[in-house]
Design a binder for this molecule. Structure first.
Ligand SMILES: [Fe+2]
Length: 423
């Protein structure tokens, strides 16, 4: 390329490099002549200079491609949408030709700042080339409105074209969102380089945003998968533990109703006491295992219809420690809760319970909850050695035992439950 200079009537363009060594005339020569470009131009709306104009130009084939090849990142800036907004039609046309000769194919323009601004809001370009001095709505006002409309995360570059190279103008434009400047008269080579750099940044930014969005979508999808798997595992674990509890209860409760009721009621009572829902859920799922240690108690004692002898009762009492031992050394919070409940559901508030004679709040809350629920359920349902008690009698018994057998606060919360739901 040869260096030469072209000055238009309005001093808009100084052409530092002509295309194919052919100097442009001061008017607007056909690019096919000046550059040897074989192109098809579709001017959808073109009005004469001096009339408010909107122009959209598509160039389908460009012979001269100094900046047209995809760059090293594989980006093809030729496809980028460039919007030209300048009230001087002559400037717009010259810029279009310059961009077309550089291989850019997706150009829109307007000489009406209000119309241009509207179009840039409706269809944001990849680069806006913006004149500052325009009638009605100047470039500063356009930038301010567009930056607000595009939002802070929309990094569309704005290349300001200005004859005012003052520091004040520069600061004002930068504060309103200008990305770069080209001073008039315009040096075409500088213009091309700045255009390419801004578009490269823009397309890289878009690629990054797209990659981030894709990554976020994959993370959300993966998280959903994991949550689903976790839920399945949780259900499988709960079911396995229910079966285990049922196996222990099978000999004296072949329906498994007791353990299910104990679990449901324990969760309701935990919630009534104000425990967090996650904790209440753990208690509800762990409570059915409270008597798992009965698996080690002989039938002759477990199924004995009459009163147990002291010796038999001592053996029966071992089910608490047996169950805890069975459930011990687990890293699962559910199993850890089950171990606590198995160990402490026969402790009593006044220290007269077993196996450790714990007293008051030394008894874990899980054990205090299970104690009330277990006794209420036993009283209100038939056993080989007793008939089912009416709910009101069972409630009276529970209340009577507050402060001795049971934690009075737990009893108080229990009395507030809907007992019809507990049977
Ligand atoms: Fe028990």
């Amino acid at each position: 390329m040869m260096n030469s200079e072209l000055n238009c009537s309005n001093s808009f363009v100084s052409l530092a490099a002509t295309e194919n060594g052919v100097a442009h005339s001061p008017s607007f020569p056909p690019m096919s002549v000046a550059t040897g470009i074989n192109r098809v131009v579709d001017n959808r709306e073109t009005q004469s200079v001096g009339v408010m104009t909107a122009v959209r130009t598509k160039t389908t084939e460009v012979a001269e491609q100094p900046n047209s090849a995809p760059d090293e990142q594989g980006l093809d800036v030729r496809q980028a949408h460039i919007y030209l907004l300048d009230d001087e039609m002559a400037n717009v046309v010259l810029l279009q030709r310059m961009l077309q000769s550089a291989g850019y194919t997706n150009l829109s323009s307007s000489t009406d700042s209000q119309q241009g601004m509207r179009e840039c809001i409706e269809n944001p370009p990849d680069l806006l080339m913006l004149d500052l001095m325009m009638p009605h709505l100047n470039g500063y006002a356009v930038m301010e409105t567009l930056r607000a409309a595009w939002g802070t995360d929309n990094a569309i570059p704005i290349l300001v074209l200005t004859a005012d190279a003052s520091r004040e103008a520069c600061r004002r434009a930068l504060s309103l969102g200008a990305s770069d400047f080209v001073n008039k008269p315009i040096d075409m080579m500088e213009m091309r380089l700045r255009t390419r750099n801004l578009l490269n940044s823009r397309l890289l930014d878009q690629q990054l945003r797209a990659a981030n969005a894709q990554l976020e979508a994959r993370v959300v999808e993966r998280t959903r998968d994991l949550e689903r798997i976790n839920l399945d595992l949780q259900e499988a674990q709960t079911e396995a533990l229910e079966k285990l509890a049922q196996a222990a209860e099978f000999r004296d409760d072949d329906t498994g109703d007791h353990i299910r009721r104990v679990g449901n009621c324990a969760e309701l009572l935990a919630l009534k006491l104000g425990l967090p829902s996650h904790h209440a859920s753990l208690i509800g799922r762990a409570a059915p295992l409270h008597d798992i240690g009965k698996i080690a108690i002989p039938d002759s004692i477990l199924l004995k219809p009459g009163k147990l002898t002291d010796e038999e009762f001592d053996i029966m009492k071992t089910h608490a420690l047996m169950g805890a031992a069975l459930l011990s050394h687990s890293r699962s919070p559910l199993m850890q809760h089950a171990e606590v409940i198995a160990r402490t559901h026969h402790e009593r508030w006044n220290g007269s319970g077993y196996p450790a004679h714990l007293e008051g709040e030394d008894i874990p809350i899980e054990g205090r909850i299970a104690a009330v629920i277990d006794v209420f359920d036993a009283l209100t349902h038939e056993r080989p050695y007793k008939a089912a008690w009416p709910v009101k009698d069972a409630l009276a018994e529970i209340k009577k035992c507050a402060d001795s057998h049971f934690d009075p606060r737990v009893v108080e919360a229990f009395c507030e439950l809907n007992h019809a739901d507990l049977i």
